[in-house]
Design a protein around this ligand. Sequence first.
Ligand code: 1HE
Length: 265
Amino acid sequence: MAAETPIAGLPQSLAGSLRGDIAILRLARPEKRNALDDGTVDGIETFFASLPANVRAVVLHGEGDHFSAGLDLTELTIRTTVEAVHHSRNWHRVFERIEFGKVPVVAVLHGAVVGGGLELASACHVRVAERSAYYALPEGTRGIYVGGGGSVRVPRLIGVARMMDMMLTGRTYDAAEGQTMGLSQYLVDDGKGLEKGLELAARVSSNTRLTNYAIMHVLPRIADAEPAGGYLMESLMAAIASGDEEAQARLRDFLEKRAPKVLRG
Ligand code: 1HE
């Protein structure tokens, strides 16, 4: 396994490191259950904005017993309405850096994945949940509203009706339920999440950069587009991807029996 090198320049609430072509970002404020204060959100932006060019995938996880308790509620009490709008827009900008960044992000979830923590997880591309994970959107009961893109991203995963129920009634879902309804794509035993996340990131990083870019940036836009435009975008992307030198080399490898076959599980 490649050696781990720390990434400098992050706030104390975050720890970043590089393992070969995979970057790892750890929410490192366990004493506050990885609540996301302004410094942490800015640090997430710094991390994604300054990823070294060789990085091909990121793994995001949390230290302690919980992935994240969401927005740091202590900061909420001191904002004016207009400051709250700017705060939410700032989260949008930072989380877009994840969703529409340069490389795919695998989130490893455990314990509380609530409020802004779920919004952060929803901005990632692949979610691995440990059995301890549970999901909630306590904004409804706290008298506030999601502000980190949850209204857009969470319904894409579980539908508007389920999100409404979570916010209106304070309903929580456990890891197995979350897996069934699409909050996570992988469910693993406690303590196994990071290993699984790294394994998936290694698979992701073995794809061509262009295909990964298309999957991250083009696929969701097509899914949101009206079908005629979507089909056209798909054809254009397919043509661009298959014309890529790396894709051509991979196709030759398969045709000349050098590439692995697609076998069951
Ligand atoms: C916090 C936060 C926080 C913990 N902001 N300080 N999120 C919530 O409504 C969830 C609030 N948190 C909890 O329900 C619980 O903390 C947990 C279930 C996640 C964990 O419980 P537990 O018993 O392990 O920890 P604790 O004793 O509640 O918390 C430990 C410390 O972390 C404590 O501080 P201390 O100084 O008394 O030690 C807590 O106050 C602190 N802490 N969570 C600030 N969230 C862009 S809009 C997004 C809107 C939202 O995300 S709303 C959802 C907010």
